[in-house]
Ligand binder design. Structure first.
Ligand code: G3I
Length: 323
């Protein structure tokens, strides 16, 4: 029994992982990625982002995204599609374009309509808007070209365009530092209600869950926070879980990391509408962490040799059995 089969037996939809195109040339990597006992769902780490899909206005390049979508199909894995509207990995023709309100709305709707239509029927879920809230953590909106030009309405406009292009895909707002109570989580709840007030459909909130060993919110805190979202009539999913630490990781760190992974998994198990869990790639070899946080890493349940960290893996597995 693996991470996916066990969580599915306990009533969730999937346990999954992010992956990326360049990693697929590693056959040992791909073998484990394809292991559906552990991974019933995959997310492309980069190849469905705006800069990958529409690097020039109106010129769509789907080859790399298709590789991941096809892999999911061959393996029988669910696909979380990531993402449509984000300030980062946004081509400069959009971010620096100097477009007026109506033009930028058109550009955004065209991008969404084209991409969601291309993957229609393939995506269990779409991260429609990613990280719209400021890093200040005070609940304010992030200043980006969409917000500055269109105002908060860019968010419901994006959701409405995605819903029109694929009515069956679950539409998510996805962000980080919204995994326990606080101004940013409250603001994300307000985003959900704002989308609903505009009459647009939102199905879920992605709790990215990029955590730090020893600083992970408690299960109780995560459960209460998830319920604040599900009370608004949406699902939640853990979308990008990883738990980083100063490297090299010690045995004591790994023991704490196992406890911390279990905290989040237990929280999801305790909330009916927490539908699944995705780790942000499965091996430290391909984690985004070391290139962003110098001196930190070792954030995933498999090490950089692709070997399972047995205490971490087992802690996730046993937490999946609890509810
Ligand atoms: O594609 C170029 C390549 O042509 C170039 O040679 C190389 C040199 O640096 O860079 C490549 O682009 C990199 C890209 O990943 C693809 O590998 C970018 O530099 C690098 O910044 C980018 O990092 C990604 C990061 O998002 C960017 O913000 C990570 O792989 C990806 O895991 C990470 O994922 C995000 C989620 O989308 C949203 N939530 C946070 C999460 C972690 O940052």
């Amino acid at each position: 029994s693996g991470l996916n089969t066990t969580i599915v037996a306990a009533g969730k939809l999937y346990f999954g992982t992010a992956t990326d195109n360049t990693e697929l040339s590693n056959t040992a990597y791909e073998k484990q990625l394809n292991n559906t006992a552990d991974f019933g769902q995959i997310t492309p780490g980069n190849s469905m982002k705006w800069d990958a899909i529409e690097p020039e206005r109106g010129a769509y390049t789907y080859a790399e995204g298709d590789v991941i979508a096809n892999l999911a199909k061959e393996n029988g894995q669910k696909l979380r599609c990531h993402n449509l509207v984000w300030y980062n990995q946004l081509p400069s023709w959009v971010s620096g374009g100097g477009f007026d309100n109506a033009t930028l709305i058109d550009i955004m709707k065209n991008h969404i309509t084209n991409e969601v239509t291309h993957y229609k029927g393939r995506c269990y879920a779409w991260d429609v808007v990613n990280e719209a809230l400021s890093d200040a953590g005070d609940g304010s909106y992030r200043s980006n070209v969409f917000y500055e030009t269109i105002g908060e309405a860019y968010i419901p406009i994006a959701f409405a365009a995605a819903a029109a292009a694929d009515p069956d895909a679950k539409l998510y707002y996805n962000d980080y530092s919204i995994e326990s109570a606080g101004a940013k989580s409250t603001a994300a709840q307000n985003v959900v209600q704002m989308i609903q007030a505009y009459g647009a459909k939102i199905d879920g909130v992605g709790l990215q869950s990029h955590f730090i060993v020893g600083e992970t919110p408690s299960t109780t805190a995560q459960v209460a926070n998830m319920k604040a979202f599900t009370a608004l009539g949406v699902d939640v999913a853990i979308t990008e879980l990883d738990i980083r630490v100063a490297t090299p990781e010690t045995t004591a760190d790994e023991t704490q990391q196992a406890i911390d992974y279990a905290s989040t998994v237990k929280a999801c198990m305790q909330v009916d509408k927490c539908i699944g869990i995705t780790i942000w790639d499965w091996t430290d070899k391909y984690s985004w962490v070391p290139s962003t946080f110098s001196g930190e890493g070792a954030a995933l349940p498999w090490d950089s040799n692709l070997d399972k960290k047995v205490p971490v893996y087992d802690a996730i597995l046993s937490a999946e059995g609890e509810s």
